[in-house]
Structure formats: structure tokens, C-alpha cells
Design a protein around this ligand. Sequence first.
Ligand code: MG
Ligand code: MG
Length: 252
Amino acid sequence: MTSGGIILKSDREIGIMREAGRLLAEILVVLKKSVQAGMTTAELDVIAAREIKKRKAEPSFLGYKGFPAHICVSINDEIVHGIPGPRVMKEGDIVKIDAGLIYMGFQSDSAVSVPIGEVPEDVLKLIDATSESLMEGIKAARPDARIGDISSAVQQFVESRGYSVVREYVGHGIGRSLHEPPQIPNYGVAGKGLPLRKGMVIAIEPMVNVGGWRTKVAQDNWTVSTLDGSLSAHFEHTVAVTENGPEVLSAL
Ligand code: MG
Ligand code: MG
């Protein structure tokens, strides 16, 4: 069923997406445990490929608009869409792992930020604030609310901690396609925007910068970094709007 271009999911479809999300959560646990200093981001991609296959799911990022890998790995001032390759991860880095898969025709999409070894206190604060801002956004995803309530909840929380939210990249609806309407910005005004309805499934994904919100794209045409070179963190969950409130699908 569609509503204003938004594809509402049936309870049966949400059941499949719950499984797609659970499998992805398992994989992210494996990836988080695997990340270590001295490892290349390409090695992390190999693990992702293996773990997706092991679960009889399909990679969704590989080949998406020509993306050449199974996951995105973005380090330090890189925000999102980093391409796994020969770069070696090192102590003190923040590594953002964004992963997705397709299970029985449905997508899940989730991201985490992982510190490697000993990192400065301010890096841990950035990671915690970003993770908490995602939780604030999720709490706002109720069937009596509007998209602006999610956006505002994320933005208010992030800015109260002295950080900025990326504006040029946003969350999104998700289902049989990785990106469906509506867009879910991480900034906005409470009470504005489309009403949320039971059966909507959305990816909420705050990208939070220590410095300004502006971004740049690298010469590889994928990797997005902070324009001012400041550190960035990213967390994402696939969330269903149910009559009882938000349900995080990409969790164990
Ligand atoms: Mg993602
Ligand atoms: Mg996403």
C-alpha cells in the first residue's frame, strides 16, 4: 500500500524486514569485533562479504550506483560512503562501518562508529552523542508524529552537545529498495513534515561533526568528508513505525 508516494509495509513484510535487520545486526557485531589497528578496510569488506553470504542474504551496497564493495568504511573526518581498500586502520581512529543486506527481497541498513584502541575522551564523547541522538530520533518515530519531530529531536540533541548535524545527506525510507521516500533529515522543525504512519519503515542516520556541517566529496566520487577536516561520527538503524511506537529492526 502506498501513502503519498511512501510504500507502507504489511505486518508480514515487517516480519521479513525484522529478520533482515536481525541478520545485519549480527554481522555488525562481527565487524565491530574484527576492527583492529593494522587491518586494512578491504580486509573488513572481505569479512562482511563472508558474513552476508553465510546468512544466505545478498549484499545490497555492492553494485549500488556502481559502488564497488559490500560495506562503506569511513575513517575520522570521513563521514560516509568510504570505499574499502588498502587504507590501514590505526590506534585512535574512529571507524564508521555502514552495512546493508537483502533478505527475501527486503533491505536492512545500519551503521556504527567504532573507536580503535585508546582514543581521546573527546572522540568518545562525539561517538556517545551521535549514538544517543539516534535514540532520540527513534523515540520520536511514533505514528502520531511527523518527520520533523524526528529531525528536530536529532538536531536539538546534537547541537545541545556543541556539535553539528550533516545536512547534505539524510535518512530515508527503506523496503524492497535501499532508498525509498520519504527523506529523513537530521535537522528540522518539530510538528512539520509528513505525518508518520503505521507500516512506514525508515532508516534514521545522524551524521555528526565536531566542526561545521558542510561536506565535500573525494575524487573517488564516493567518500564524503567534513569540509573543515573535523571528526565525524555516524550511527544508523532501520526502524518500523508500529501502532505501539517505533520498533528498531536492525537490532538483536
Ligand atoms: Mg547505511
Ligand atoms: Mg541509510
